[in-house]
Design a binder for this molecule. Structure first.
Ligand SMILES: [Zn+2]
Ligand SMILES: [Zn+2]
Length: 1019
């Protein structure tokens, strides 16, 4: 080890550069490839005929040829210059501070990776703002001279390990250029050349592609991202391994898969490629052996050792391609392992296990929606490729659910809720992948997939992969540019996300309460509101970067305060456990979701009840009751969309100096973590647990007024929102500004924060209440909203005065009997909405979680359907319930109701798909699966059951049921922890080592309840 060569300035990062370790040339370990693997002749003919027949297919080919032609235009010497050996480091980011001259505004102009790269000027980066280039020395010449030991000390000079600024910051010009040359130019170039050859049989493309593949084989084995990259070395100093090859272990999955595909298209040309044979001094066969050993086998070994390992599905896909293309390196055993073998780690679980242990019962994988869409894309691709070998993964119900889930998640036909690292402040749809759903349509013929991708006939062809498929049929488009048909309110009970929307599906609310696993934010009980064709109360989406050294990613974007939820004791949420659904009901004109999360170690209660009330067929408002108990300070934060904000109904103090963290705390300054303040730039900011209040500036406190503020959406000023703050006993109502992404600063958002503090040491209890009113133009929905408490009983109610009517929106978690004093209303419901017209006549009534409602002389009643689960058929998501309650049941009305199941270990919910009643037995099919886990027993002595199968969802397994290999329940699970399966009683039938067992969320003996709810509207 030696220290970084002396630069003009002293670096503050203490970078240690390990010596270069070349890896010797490999020899093939298996017989060489003998035939093409990925596309058969028949498929190639289909592609050529599509290209002839359809303009969109021809356009795909033209794009490929254009990319390929670029590389035909370069000389061999020019190509060698952009494919340097492993001694030249790589860097996905150049410096967290941006440009040495223009600072972080380069990210605003150019996005996450803003620098401009040109293969004809290797190792130079151009600034997207000033157009100036870096570094100032000729690194290419230095490389060609063999990287002699030399000091670079001038301004902006870079020896490969960056230039150090007078402030001590390191700017990795060469490494950045090198990384992005490989990633965005060289590898896509090889791919385009090889595809061009497959489609046209023009040998010039194959000649160039094989030359580049040969060069890749020369340099590939020594590629070691951990020791040869900016981020790898930074992480290494923290004791963290950041492995990979040319790129990091995740991105490399795509790189090596593309290389494998390329080789499959052009390998058969190598024996004809005289110029390459001459250049390499090898025969065709020797060149093939060289590439197959040094790229394909080296890649397979790197996957085996975990050096290449992506998000779930990525390395599996890469491995599948490498094995198919390499052909004789143990393909069949590898595919068997890929599909049917459990593993100790989530990353290596076979697909048949992963689909149950890493994908929730509603078809949602365990990451953010955008990251989940990668699972979908990769798993569908794997299933498609494997099917050619005669194994049909599409027959698994979970596979279909995986494809359906993104469509069902889409709200108002236009947006995917942005939960965690996903999307942005103005919103978009996730997972709208034409090729993936083209494959899906081929399997299932679901017309929704056609709407989703919006392709048919001539527009069917969107990618190289699609060229090999049949054109999609013509279909009638959905109105108003919707991507999915109108959907009812729905619950993703596994993922922990509920969507309430009006019948027209124009106003929607997404509410999240589930446990987090990957690419998440600390955003428990967050909401997003969609209306007026816009995202009106947005999550801010994907942060500035995925990079431990960019402080605002942790202090702001993934922190609690940036979300529409409540911050306790000026800290980030700090407990990640499954949430609890209390109530979900979709009535005729009003609907409710009520959920809780542990969220904070300091809280005993963190529960939110949201009621959506329609004012006409298209518009609805939401009343929010947010309960927090514990801690000494509660900051309930809401924000509208970017755009104009009108707050003139109130008197505010002038904007304060500093930030919400204090008048003496500057924007972005870390004030509540001494360690990160001084050493964050070296150790990374991932452990930040403070408030993030330093991102809120222009802080103003309300002096007087209603507390109502109005937002006009930046993308459509007639799309408006009013927030009515109704919480009593506040210790301050504040408004402040914040950037959506502190580095890119695409939008400014106005936050409204209601604060309560405990005057004593005793824990604070709060119920924050507000009304969110999205509306169009000048058409307010609400004149006035007031919060009151019942004259007897518990809870709160909001009187919402509208131009033509008055709504009373009532909420009481204790379901006590309440009388409303001035209003002739009495109920025992958790949630109720009562509407009267201008003449004071009752026109609508809704209640949920109670048995009766008396209002204006009318009495309405409803009762829960209660029973006990008798039998399950987990494979069919079917269960038989013996009904114990006396009420009459109309089974057809139960579709889309939420059923709760409970025992001593759990309370859980499933949406009902359909129900049949026979002799007081309800036979119910659930929307989501009952199966929630799959494991192989590795020890089964008497009461000691152990498994090595990776069970990521173990925190959800208290009180679930263990099923034998024939799906018959054999025991109730008390707990599963670290491979030990503890059951309440010994299994009712013998189990053996090696048995494949299932977990069902519901089993015989569970209590069953569909809570009472009632809706009535005067005709
Ligand atoms: Zn610049
Ligand atoms: Zn978020």
């Amino acid at each position: 080890m030696f220290l970084s060569p002396a630069h003009g300035q002293q670096a503050t990062d203490g970078l240690i550069i390990p010596p270069f370790q070349p890896v010797p040339v490999r020899q093939p370990a298996f017989p060489l490839k003998t035939e093409r693997s990925l596309y058969q002749e028949k498929e190639v003919l289909t592609a050529r005929s599509n290209i002839k027949k359809y303009a969109s297919a021809a356009e795909i080919q033209n794009g490929i040829l254009k990319d390929a032609d670029y590389w035909l235009g370069l000389s061999n010497a020019e190509i060698l210059r952009v494919m340097p050996d492993a001694r030249v480091p790589r860097g996905f980011d150049l410096c967290a501070k941006g440009c040495p001259v223009h600072g972080d505004s380069v990210f605003k102009v150019g996005g996450f990776y803003p620098w401009i790269i040109d293969p004809k000027k290797p190792f130079k980066v151009k600034c997207p703002i000033g157009g100036e280039t870096y570094p100032h020395n000729d690194f290419s010449g230095h490389y060609e001279a063999g990287l002699p030991e030399r000091k670079f000390s001038g301004q902006y000079e870079d020896d490969g390990y960056g230039w150090v600024s007078p402030q001590g910051d390191r700017y990795w010009f060469v490494a950045y250029a090198n990384q992005w040359l490989w990633c965005n130019h060289v590898i896509p170039g090889i791919l385009a050349l090889s595809r061009a050859y497959l489609l046209t049989e023009d040998e010039r493309y194959a000649e160039r592609a094989t030359f580049m593949l040969y060069r890749l084989a020369e340099v590939y084995p020594s590629m070691d991202h951990e020791n040869q990259s900016r981020y790898g070395l930074m992480q290494k100093m923290k004791g963290v391994r950041y492995s990979g090859k040319i790129l990091n272990r995740i991105w490399e999955t795509q790189l090596i898969r593309n290389v494998a595909e390329s080789y499959d298209h052009v390998w058969n040309y190598i024996d004809k490629n005289r110029s390459l044979q001459q250049y390499a001094g090898k025969s065709g066969q020797e060149i093939r052996a060289f590439i197959e050993a040094n790229v394909l086998e080296d890649g397979l070994d790197a996957i085996e050792s975990g050096k290449i390992s992506g998000n779930f599905g990525m390395h599996q896909n890469a491995m599948l391609y490498l094995h198919l293309v390499r052909q004789n390196a143990g393909k069949d055993a590898a595919i068997e392992k890929l599909i049917a073998t459990p593993a100790k780690t989530m990353a290596n679980n076979g697909l048949e296990y992963a689909l149950y242990n890493q994908v929730f019962r509603d078809g949602m994988p365990l990451e953010s929606p955008d990251y989940n869409s990668h699972w979908l894309k990769d798993l569908v691709n794997i299933a498609d490729v494997v099917k050619k070998g005669g194994r049909n993964l599409f027959e698994m119900n979970r596979m279909r659910k995986l494809l359906d889930a993104p469509l069902e998640l889409a709200v108002t036909g236009k947006f995917t809720p942005d939960w965690g690292d996903s999307g942005n402040a103005v919103g978009k749809l996730s997972a709208r992948y034409p090729e993936t759903y083209h494959v899906g349509y081929g399997q299932y013929r679901d017309p929704r997939y056609l709407y989703w991708i919006d392709k048919s006939g001539d527009s069917s062809f969107t990618s190289f992969g699609s060229l090999f498929m049949e054109a999609l049929p013509e279909f009638a488009r959905l109105p108003e540019g919707r991507a999915v048909p109108v959907q009812p309110s729905r619950l993703f009970a596994g993922y922990g996300l509920g969507v309430l929307n009006n019948k027209a599906d124009k106003t929607a609310l997404a509410f999240t309460y589930g446990m987090h696993y990957s690419h998440y934010h600390w955003d428990f009980l967050n909401i997003e509101l969609f209306a007026n064709g816009q995202k009106m109360m947005p999550d801010l989406g994907y942060p500035d970067a995925m990079n431990a050294y960019v402080a605002p990613v942790y202090t702001w974007s993934s922190n609690t305060i940036s979300h529409n939820t409540t911050v306790v004791d000026e800290k980030k949420q700090n407990l990640n456990l499954p949430g609890q659904l209390h109530l979900f009901n979709d009535g005729k004109f009003a609907r409710v979701i009520d959920g809780a999360s542990p969220a904070y170690k300091a809280v005993t209660r963190y529960r939110r009840n949201l009621v959506m009330v329609d004012t006409d067929p298209n518009q609805s408002y939401v009343v929010d009751f947010f309960h927090v108990a514990g801690g000494n300070q509660h900051d309930y934060a809401l924000h509208g969309p970017p755009g104009a904000v009108i707050a003139s109904e109130n008197e505010w103090t002038p904007p304060a100096k500093g930030t919400f963290a204090g008048t003496d705390v500057a924007l972005e300054e870390i004030y509540d973590d001494e360690k990160l303040k001084t050493s964050g730039s070296q150790v990374g900011y991932g452990t930040y647990g403070g408030s993030g209040f330093q991102h809120l500036f222009n802080v103003r406190q309300k002096q007087s007024g209603t507390g109502k503020i109005e937002y006009r959406h930046q993308n459509d000023p007639s799309a408006r929102l009013r927030l009515h703050t109704l919480t009593p006993d506040l210790d301050g109502l504040f408004m402040a500004d914040a950037y959506d992404r502190p580095r890119a600063k695409a939008y400014v958002l106005k936050y409204l924060v209601a604060r309560r503090k405990s005057a004593t040491a005793s824990p604070l209890k709060s119920t924050f209440v507000s009304v969110m009113e999205p509306y169009q133009g000048e058409h307010f929905l609400i004149n006035q909203a007031n919060l009151l408490t019942p004259s007897s009983g518990n809870g709160h109610y909001v009187v919402v005065e509208r131009p033509e009517a008055t709504d009373i929106v009532l909420h009481d978690t204790t379901a006590s009997v309440k009388r409303l004093g001035t209003y002739p209303i009495e109920t025992d419901a958790v949630t109720a909405v009562i509407t009267t017209n201008k003449n004071g006549e009752l026109t609508r009534a809704f209640f949920a979680g109670g048995t009766y409602l008396k209002a204006y002389g009318k009495r309405f009643q409803a009762s829960s359907i209660k029973g006990k689960v008798e039998k399950i058929d987990a494979q069919k998501s079917e269960l038989v319930v013996q009904i114990t309650s006396k009420n009459s049941i109309r089974p057809n009305d139960l579709a889309n109701e939420i059923a709760f199941f409970a025992n001593a270990g759990k309370r859980t919910a499933h949406p009902v798909k359909s129900a049949v009643l026979k002799n007081r037995k309800l036979i119910i099919t659930t929307v989501d699966d009952l199966l929630i886990g799959k494991l192989r027993l590795d020890e089964a002595d008497k009461e000691n059951l152990r498994t090595q199968t990776s069970l990521t969802f173990q925190k959800h397994y208290n009180g679930v049921y263990l099923l034998d290999p024939a799906y018959q329940p054999i025991a109730r699970v008390a707990k599963i922890a670290d491979g030990k399966v503890s059951t309440d009683q010994p299994p009712s039938s013998a189990v053996h080592k090696g048995d494949v067992l299932w977990l069902s969320n519901v089993g015989p003996g569970d209590t069953f309840e569909i809570p009472a709810a009632f809706s009535w509207e005067k005709r």
